[in-house]
Write a protein that binds this ligand. Structure first.
Ligand SMILES: [Zn+2]
Length: 294
């Protein structure tokens, strides 16, 4: 049950219904180091990550339209330059992760790279989202896309390689990022697999199957979710991260980090449990919608 509660919380906080903004989305936390070249620069719940390289830095997630000053302050507090942000990536094209992108790109000149399907949502400031496209309260400033990504594409800068996995369903181009890192305090030759989950939940209102009364949210939504669960379960994961802190129990882990260090984020069991819970919720929703169809 203790694993279920944060997930249920995640379901609700990630629901961009009428653009409600939870306090944890805007309350800053001290930025912190997860691995040699990987830092957390987000808020108490809206995650943003800085990947540093000798040739400039990569920012993952720009968050709310109000978030860039918070993210910038975190980057600078860590001793890095905002203007060294060369590439902007994201986990999903909902407003709580992408609304700040246009400002980040304008201020830093970063190249914006977005997964196919989410790219058209980014370009239209949310209008092309299958669930919230008609809700003007979840719109955001459109942002240019310099490179459209496809499943398994890599993004490289200064010797660092990130891989983009299309783990669709929550959004149609929902993206899970993976990379290998060295964690401070571990043997020099030991590398850890990082997984930054883009989004797992089938939100209330998603129509997973076409019925005589209602079209599916998009034709492949159920098969996309099913593929996503299979793909994520098979992904090697040591360090479990995600687009929201609640995905990976960040706040409790932060408490433990004070005494145990960044190894608290090494949580392969928590990763598998989070996927299994999301899959169970999805399957229940699918079964219910199929039963209601006839
Ligand atoms: Zn979302």
């Amino acid at each position: 049950m203790h694993r279920l509660l944060p997930y249920l919380a995640a379901l609700f906080v990630c629901l961009p219904l009428r653009a409600e903004v939870s306090a944890d989305w805007t309350t800053p936390v001290e930025p912190f180091r997860i691995a040699d070249n990987l830092y957390y620069v987000g808020s108490r719940d809206l995650a943003a990550y800085l990947v540093t390289t000798p040739q400039g830095n990569i920012l993952i997630n720009a968050n709310l339209v109000t978030s860039p000053p918070q993210i910038r302050a975190s980057v600078e507090k860590l001793g890095f330059k905002w203007g060294d942000t060369k590439i902007l990536l994201n986990g999903q094209a909902h407003f709580d992760h992408l609304a700040g992108a246009a400002e980040v790109v304008r201020e830093t000149g970063a190249k914006d790279m977005v997964m196919e399907y989410d790219a058209e949502v980014a370009l239209t400031g949310g209008h092309k989202d299958f669930a919230f496209g008609k809700d003007i309260t979840t719109d955001y400033p459109p942002v240019r896309v310099d490179r459209v990504l496809h499943d398994s594409d890599t993004v490289e800068l200064g010797g660092v390689v990130l891989t983009a996995h299309r783990t669709a369903g929550h959004t149609r181009g929902c993206t899970t990022w993976t990379m290998d890192v060295h964690v401070p305090g571990e043997p020099a030759d030991k590398l850890r697999h990082v997984v930054i989950v883009g989004g797992l939940s089938a939100l209330p209102g998603y129509q997973l199957v076409a019925t005589p009364k209602r079209a599916a949210s998009y034709p492949e939504i159920a098969s996309d979710f099913e593929y996503t669960f299979v793909a994520l379960k098979a992904m090697p994961c040591d360090i479990f991260l995600g687009a929201h802190g609640v995905y990976f129990d960040m706040l409790p882990k932060l408490q433990r980090m004070k005494t145990e260090g960044p190894k608290v984020f090494i949580d392969p069991a928590g990763y598998q449990a989070a996927i299994a819970e999301a899959q169970t919720t999805f399957e229940k929703m699918l079964t219910k919608q199929m039963a209601a169809a006839y």
